[in-house]
Write a protein that binds this ligand. Structure first.
Ligand SMILES: [Zn+2]
Length: 817
């Protein structure tokens, strides 16, 4: 018995090698005949890691909002895996031009859009084939595989599909299984599009993934997607515009990879297209972000997505099955690794060259401004592993972001200095340069995102390398409160201040705020200053503890005072000092709204402000007693016209008139206010050119772009005496995404485009679009009965990255009375 046992043990490794289970064998059904739930995918990867300990490592690099694991597999030959640390170190030394690497690094990312559901299925066959029939590719290549970037979205789709699918599945496109509802699986838990989040890192999935990505900075990165059912497959090379930092080699290699894919697709008679639609500009994608970090970043698009299910009839009468979709993504995935493995020397040489190339116009960016905003930006730079320092005392000349012209700035140890003299200099240029150079104005996404504007900071882009010091040691001790003061004061300038307030309100602290500037103990305080008095909070036994904890949590330095008698301005007991209400807040979800725009509001409350919100779905909105809410938010969307029946509209208006506060965003504004005399807001009419012209069919796309704004930045005027704009200076750089245009509100125009401000400071806006938006409202307030309507024509919460806009939203909640 003993002998037999020993023999059996000896044979186990060999047996397991020979019998590595394919996904179909492991899952118990043929791959492509079912959708695999995320935990089963994780099980298969775990099985492979256990069966192939010498050729694979598997890590859990984080968890999603719904607590699903985020996993990353690293595979190569046994010998490479033994030297994995050295391989990685040599590769990363290339950032300083010092490495001598001899392996290619390929990273395959699947299912960033959860309902583009083929990807994760294809990933399982891909890793299996790399271990078996295609194992020769691994001789000189390390492959990292993230089988599912967005597990919450994927499982939302897969669980939904399993509930509604016919048995057997129904290929008729009219069947329910091909009609996902509004809560579709594309985005993550908070309905954020993770393929717009690589640079802004607002979501937990992106934040955790980037830590792993930065350890490797792969030569080649593929982001697997799906598009409409009827589209043929899309692969590299990408479409124009390309960002100017993209090197000739990066362009050429996209072509090399594309041609290799084409060879396989031609052999199989499969259709595909290249060089169209999917451009390389906006830096927050899974193709551009890796590209700006020296890799070849690509998007591959299969036809299918949430519509296709296990099989569907296409418009030309073919049947597209999940199996077909798997074969296509499998083919391009393997072909990518094949091309990389055949071009190891070239990839390594060019990667090194990319990092040695520092020939940029601007060599330093110097930023001044509110310390909270500087700290928020520094925290983003940390996540990207971008270096920054404090400045020395000097005057720095260069391009001024505020004026758009040559100018200067006083740098000091309070300034943030980011120089191009660092490995991540290309990424620095892309994220900071005042204006991205466009080779073509027809793009898939926004054309402006420059961080000094997004964070509301004064900045200079300088051609010289600015001297800098190491970051000053921050020795401030927060939360040291003088006991028994009459009151404590906090400034009101940033989201940090808003979070501090939210924490106090959650703890039932009564907080007042000033409507007029005032001077006390020789210090001047602006509108919006928070005033927390001892006598207001007598009922709180642990008042001092709550205040101390909140000021530590948000690194706030409170100012103590022993009197409410001000030297100038209004005393604390004045009618110009209001109590901030603790609020019951609700937001509308469902068909009237856009999933992304709704998600931004939801995420803002729970992950940024940390303040509770009730989600009211359109289904039962009509039955909800609105009088229990102080604030109602209508996010941007296209479905309001059918939702806002006379009954619903009257219900909302009555509630406002009784004292409710309504925040209306984007597309909701039109549907609610147009041709309704109760609203003072009026659309700006523009006379159409009446000349009767004919243009050729082909140029019409170019003509259309004249009327478009593809996400551009404009310099707006701020009336910071309006509570909606407390804490702001007299200018604000706004990100405009469209040409919606309204006339100024007589008393309530808090932020607007003044005469001559209709040209973008960064990004593209067509000539007709510029006429349309001239002298129009951006954010405004209107009284209605005892309540308020707050308009947000532009979206300060767009993708969660326009940091300097977020205080407007907090003002709408807490400052507007
Ligand atoms: Zn996609």
């Amino acid at each position: 018995m003993k002998l037999i046992l020993r023999t059996a043990l000896l044979f186990i490794p060999l047996l397991s090698l020979a019998q590595l289970k394919s996904p179909s064998e492991f899952l118990g059904y043929e791959l492509g005949t079912q959708f695999t739930r995320h935990h089963e995918v994780v099980d298969y990867y775990q099985y492979l890691a256990d069966a192939e300990p010498q050729r694979m490592t598997l890590i859990e690099y984080g968890k999603t909002n719904e607590r699903r694991p985020l996993i990353l597999a690293t595979i190569s030959t046994k010998q490479n895996m033994q030297n994995l640390d050295t391989i990685r170190e040599e590769h990363m030394k290339d950032l300083n031009g010092e490495g001598s690497p001899d392996k290619a690094i390929v990273w395959l990312s699947y299912n960033v859009h959860g309902n583009e559901s083929v990807s994760t299925e294809a990933s399982m066959q891909t890793i299996y084939d790399l271990f078996t029939s295609k194992s020769s590719y691994l001789e000189n290549t390390v492959v990292l595989i993230d089988p599912c970037i967005n597990p919450d979205g994927r499982d939302r789709y897969v669980n939904w599909y399993n509930q509604f699918k016919n048995s057997p599945n129904q290929v008729d496109p009219n069947s329910k299984e091909h009609h996902e509802n509004w809560w579709s699986g594309r985005s993550n838990h908070y309905m954020f599009d993770l393929n717009r989040d690589w640079a802004w890192l607002t979501q937990v999935e992106s934040q955790q993934r980037l830590k792993q990505f930065n350890k490797w900075l792969p030569h080649v990165h593929v982001d697997f997607h799906e598009q409409g059912v009827d589209n043929p497959y899309y692969f590299a090379p990408a479409a124009e515009p390309f960002h100017e930092v993209i090197t000739d080699f990066q362009r050429e290699f996209q072509e090399t990879i594309g041609k290799n894919h084409a060879k396989y697709f031609d052999e199989n008679g499969w259709f595909y297209f290249t060089k169209e639609v999917f451009d390389l500009l906006y830096p927050s994608y899974g193709d551009t972000y890796p590209t700006y970090n020296g890799g070849i970043g690509m998007t591959y698009e299969q036809g299918g997505s949430g519509r296709a299910g296990l099989g569907i009839i296409t418009s030309i009468g073919d049947t597209l099955t999940l199996k077909d979709r798997i074969s296509h993504h499998l083919t391009t995935g393997l072909s990518t690794v094949e091309v990389a493995s055949k071009n190891v020397t070239k990839l390594n040489d060019e990667f090194k060259k990319f990092y040695l190339n520092k020939n940029f116009k601007y060599n330093s960016y110097v930023l001044n401004g509110n310390p909270d905003k500087l700290a928020a930006l520094a925290s983003l730079l940390d996540k990207h592993e971008i270096e920054y320092q404090a400045g020395t005392n000097a005057t720095v000349k260069g391009h001024s972001y505020t004026t758009g012209k040559a100018g200067s700035i006083k740098s000091s140890d309070k300034s943030l200095v980011i120089s191009s003299n660092q490995p991540k200099s290309t990424l620095v240029k892309v994220l900071f340069e005042p204006m991205a150079k466009l080779s073509d104005s027809v793009t898939y996404d926004i054309t402006a995102w420059s961080l000094p504007y997004a964070y509301g900071l004064d900045a200079i882009a300088s051609e010289s390398l600015i001297s800098k010091t190491y970051p000053p040691h921050n020795g401030t001790e927060y939360g040291v409160l003088k006991p028994d003061s009459y009151a404590y004061l906090s400034d009101w300038n940033s989201m940090k201040d808003a979070r501090f307030l939210a924490e106090l309100l959650r703890n039932k602290v009564r907080v007042r705020y000033a409507h007029k500037p005032f001077t006390l103990d020789g210090i001047s305080h602006e509108r919006g200053t928070l005033i927390i008095t001892k006598s207001d909070n007598k009922q709180l036994k642990n008042f001092n503890d709550i205040l101390r904890t909140a000021s530590v949590n948000h690194s706030k330095n409170l100012i103590s005072t022993n009197t409410g008698f001000v030297e100038s301005g209004k005393d604390f007991g004045s009618g110009y000092v209001d109590v901030i209400q603790s609020l019951n807040i609700a937001v509308l979800s469902g068909e009237p709204t856009s999933t992304l725009r709704f998600g931004e509001v939801w995420n803002f409350f729970e992950q940024q402000l940390d303040y509770p919100i009730t989600v009211l779905d359109e289904d039962y909105f009509g039955k909800v007693d609105l009088s229990t809410y102080d604030v109602l938010i209508l996010p941007d969307g296209w479905g309001y016209n059918s939702f806002l029946s006379t009954h619903i509209k009257e219900k909302i208006k009555d509630w406002v008139k009784q004292g409710g506060k309504l925040i209306v965003m984007g597309g909701a504004i039109d549907a609610l206010t147009s041709s309704d005399k109760d609203f003072a807001l009026k659309e700006k009419e523009i006379k159409k050119d009446s000349t009767n012209t004919i243009e050729s069919f082909e140029i019409s796309e170019r003509e259309q772009i004249k009327s478009a704004i593809t996400g551009a930045i404009f310099k707006a005027t701020v009336d910071n005496t309006n509570p909606l704009a407390y804490g702001y200076s007299d200018t604000y750089f706004t990100l405009k995404l469209g040409v919606q245009s309204y006339k100024y509100l007589e008393n309530g125009s808090a932020v607007y485009l003044s005469e001559g401000a209709n040209k973008p400071v960064s990004g593209f806006a067509g000539s007709e679009a510029q006429k349309k938006i001239a002298e129009t409202l951006i954010f405004g307030t209107e009284e209605m009965g005892r309540g308020q309507v707050i308009y947000m024509v532009d979206n300060p919460l767009f993708r969660g990255f326009w940091e300097n806009g977020k205080l407007f939203f907090a003002n709408a909640l807490f400052m507007v009375k």
